[in-house]
Design a protein around this ligand. Structure first.
Ligand SMILES: [Fe+2]
Ligand SMILES: [Fe+2]
Length: 305
């Protein structure tokens, strides 16, 4: 099925965007997963005809093999429609590995602990924790922010231990390389799991080093950050340097919902002049339904990366 233009601009001349991304997050296979919402999303992806599907982490609830098998099967079915890019979330790593690694054992043990921490994700989903994908008009650089309990993610909020994310300096370099290897006119997009903007209901930042991360992404010429983790959809802009960044926070497809919220995902359309983000929320019996979107002029200032 072909593209149908922007759902929030009825009556206007149909517009075919240059690049279309479906941004989903926090599928949480396991008890929180809801079969009809997953099926509804899969069907809608076929109709929306995106250039890529971006999945910003928390595939599982308990990081179990069975949950990862379900996630793998689902991603495979998505992949029949469009290429996808996926990164792990904090629910997708094994806690013991991060604790052992943080205790500071040297050499092999650190490496083994690191491998253990991500072992189920790498076995079932991908060996690559910070992958990138280029499609016509855009490059998406995935950056793993889920490290469990590490020095970088230490926080004063005890219940956030192991939940909060962290952007490592080495991974920023990976993003830089992905951007530099892409077409010079490609929209530069970073995908992380943890939300860099405080959640409206949760009141929580997902990242422990938000300011440094946002500045680094701005310096690399990122136009959009895709994230999840907060389980509440949102669209923000932040000003950094000469370029602002648009932040797409996708809600969750699962039933792990904030009070009064429903399952949701974001549609991201990019043309030469503008970015458009349209949240889709789950309604009964209609299924995923678009709500009013937001448009932003693209920043075409000289890139610094
Ligand atoms: Fe989540
Ligand atoms: Fe999360």
């Amino acid at each position: 099925m072909g593209r149908t233009g922007f759902p929030f601009r009825p009556g206007q001349v149909e517009f075919v965007p240059v690049t279309r991304l479906v941004h989903v997050s926090d599928l949480h296979f396991g008890r929180p997963a809801v079969a009809d919402r997953l099926e509804g999303l899969r069907e809608l992806i076929g109709k929306l005809d995106p250039d890529a599907v971006a999945v910003s982490g928390d595939l599982t609830q308990r990081c179990s093999n069975s949950e990862f098998r379900m996630a793998r099967q689902y991603l495979d079915s998505i992949g029949e429609t469009a290429p996808y890019l996926v990164i792990p979330g904090n629910h997708d790593i094994r806690w013991l590995g991060s604790v052992v690694r943080n205790l500071g054992f040297a050499g092999m043990l650190q490496r083994q602990a690191h491998n253990f921490k991500y072992s189920r994700y790498t076995r079932h989903i991908s060996e690559e924790l910070s992958p990138s994908l280029e499609v016509p008009g855009a490059v998406i650089a995935g950056l793993n922010t889920a490290h469990g309990i590490t020095r970088g993610s230490i926080t004063r909020r005890f219940k956030d231990l192991g939940v909060i994310g962290y952007v490592r300096h080495a991974d920023i370099q990976t993003v830089r390389e992905a951007f530099e290897n892409a077409h010079p006119d490609a929209a530069r997009i970073v995908m992380i799991h943890h939300n860099p903007i405080e959640g409206a209901t949760s009141g929580r930042h997902g990242l422990s080093n938000t300011e440094q991360a946002l500045q680094a992404f701005a310096d690399l010429g990122a136009e959009i950050i895709l994230c999840g983790h907060d389980h509440q959809e949102a669209v923000h802009t932040v000003e950094r340097g000469v370029r602002g960044i648009v932040i797409s926070t996708a809600g969750t497809i699962s039933n792990r919902l904030r009070p009064g919220r429903t399952s949701s995902f974001n549609l991201v359309d990019i043309d030469e002049q503008n970015l458009h983000i349209t949240p889709y929320s789950w309604q009964n019996p209609e299924g995923f339904t678009p709500s009013e979107g937001k448009s932003f002029p693209r920043r075409t200032a000289t890139r610094t990366a």
